[in-house]
Design a protein around this ligand. Structure first.
Ligand SMILES: Cc1cc2nc3c(=O)[nH]c(=O)nc-3n(C[C@H](O)[C@H](O)[C@H](O)COP(=O)(O)O)c2cc1C
Length: 220
């Protein structure tokens, strides 16, 4: 059955928070994939994430939410109004309350700092508060941490969150799909996130599905 669309013509809003761990590209690609899947996308980008994006990519993103939404809309070829962005202390944003939150939230990538804040319910900024809301409302919450090695603090926070129902999905791409470049590694993780959200995609075949026309059939 086709998923219902809102009055604005989009499928259920998914919240994407990009925090200051390495791998901002995962989050940016996830936004593109959600837009392509016709979902409304609510975005928050931490201050540290802006620095990481400027360090790791060829572009800087504007800090102000309206300008950020405009930049992400252009970057993702989104429809007008499909991407909404919220600031660090925008406590009136829908993600700040259980009555207004989106269907799911993904923190991608997730810094160990934000991981710790979510595990302890700190709610010191809108990203942490939105994750707290997702937990208390028993909504899908996916965290994509990127750190290595992991300390006992990180591991304990991940275990606590997993026991609360959050999904810990480390940014640890596999290599069995024979990646041809960085984009394939990024898509590996984004495909796993979309699988968790039960959103159809064509980024990567699921395990056991045909590999497509490029397959040389050596495993047949
Ligand atoms: C270029 C760069 C790369 C970083 N990589 C990581 C990382 O991979 N994992 C991590 O947990 N923190 C990383 N950090 C540190 C976080 O950005 C820092 O702890 C920050 O306070 C996180 O804040 P946030 O959670 O509000 O985004 C990195 C920082 C910079 C500048």
């Amino acid at each position: 059955m086709a998923e219902a669309k809102s009055d604005k013509g989009f499928k259920a809003a998914v919240t994407v928070a990009i925090t200051g761990a390495s791998g901002a590209q995962y989050g940016l690609r996830l936004i593109e994939a959600l837009v392509a899947a016709e979902h409304e996308v609510w975005v928050m980008v931490s201050k540290a994430a802006h620095l990481v994006i400027a360090t790791e990519t060829d572009r800087e993103l504007p800090a102000r939410p309206e300008r950020l939404a405009q930049a992400l809309t252009e970057r993702s070829a989104a429809a007008p109004g499909q991407i909404r962005c919220f600031g660090r202390e925008d406590w009136m944003a829908p993600v700040a309350s259980g009555s207004g939150a989106s269907s799911a939230m993904v923190i991608c990538p997730c810094s160990t700092g934000t991981l710790s804040a979510v595990a302890t319910g700190a709610s010191n900024n809108l990203i942490e508060r939105a994750a707290d809301v997702a937990l208390k409302e028993r909504r899908n919450l996916i965290l994509v941490p990127r750190e290595t090695p992991l300390s006992a603090i990180h591991l304990e926070h991940m275990l606590a969150l997993s026991r609360l129902g959050a999904v810990i999905l480390p940014a640890a791409p596999g290599f069995y799909h024979r990646p041809q470049g960085i984009d394939d590694l990024i898509d590996f993780i984004v495909a796993r996130i979309l699988n968790q959200l039960r959103i159809d995609h064509r980024l990567m075949p699921r395990w056991g599905e045909p590999q497509g026309e490029e397959s040389d059939g050596e495993n047949a």
